[in-house]
Design a protein around this ligand. Structure first.
Ligand SMILES: CC(C)(COP(=O)(O)OP(=O)(O)OC[C@H]1O[C@@H](n2cnc3c(N)ncnc32)[C@H](O)[C@@H]1OP(=O)(O)O)[C@@H](O)C(=O)NCCC(=O)NCCS
Length: 197
């Protein structure tokens, strides 16, 4: 019903439990690519688990503790962005992302994450937006850099996943930093994270 254009035939839209079959079909295309990094792509294995995951995010949205959105490219669901954590008490949230491989390399995640961060900072008064990424996940780290985030540090071997204990990097951007970079961009200054592009 609602869609935000990401340009070149791409749109960011809500995704809800009634879209479980479309979500599952997309995850089937994304699973092999995203499974090493994104547990929900493994957890979503059939229609029931797809519906359960979307319902969990619908419940979190109702409670204002999390949100999930889909990215459509030429009307095909090709990826997602989410607030895995959304904590209005501490004014802190965490963004998570994935794509199916055919949609990579077009800037869709950078743009969609920017929409989420704009909303979190401008509308919801979030002060800190986090990005948690395995030290081994270079493509995701490149997005964090492109968004102008700063690496806060590393949580050593904190995430056991598929037989590996991943070191997780914590990246973040603070509201004043986000606004300053956006203002600079709008007045023709350097584009956020240019060095990472
Ligand atoms: C992480 C992941 C989402 C990044 O996808 P991505 O396509 O590299 O990221 P973006 O959509 O932001 O696109 C950036 C790419 O598009 C290019 N691009 C084109 N137009 C662009 C634009 N307007 N803005 C930014 N980048 C643009 C960039 O140069 C970059 O390409 P490059 O990597 O070849 O230099 C993807 O690799 C993925 O799904 N991986 C598996 C799941 C995963 O790891 N999730 C994250 C867990 S922390």
């Amino acid at each position: 019903m609602f869609a935000i254009s990401l340009g070149e035939g791409a749109e960011l839209r809500p995704i809800e439990p009634w879209q479980a079959q479309e979500f599952l079909t997309h995850i089937d295309r994304a699973r092999e690519y995203a499974a090493p990094w994104v547990p929900l792509t493994v957890r979503t294995k059939d229609l029931a688990s797809a519906r359960e995951l979307l319902q969990m995010f619908a419940d979190r949205q109702a409670a204002d503790t999390g949100r999930l959105y889909g990215i459509w490219l030429d009307d095909t669901l090709v990826g997602g962005v989410l607030f895995r954590i959304f904590d209005t008490a501490t004014e802190s949230c965490e963004v998570g992302v994935w794509l199916e491989p055919s949609a990579a390399g077009r800037g869709l995640i950078t743009k969609a994450s920017g929409v989420l961060i704009d909303w979190a900072v401008d509308v919801r008064g979030m002060h800190r937006v986090e990005w948690m990424v395995s030290t081994a996940n270079d493509r995701s780290k490149a997005v964090a850099k492109r968004l102008g985030m700063t690496k806060d540090g590393v949580l050593r071997e904190c995430f056991p996943w598929q037989g590996v204990r991943h070191d997780m990097e914590v990246w973040s951007v603070l509201a004043p930093e986000w606004r300053k970079a956006r203002e600079a961009e709008r007045s023709g200054g350097p584009v956020r994270g240019d060095a990472a592009r």
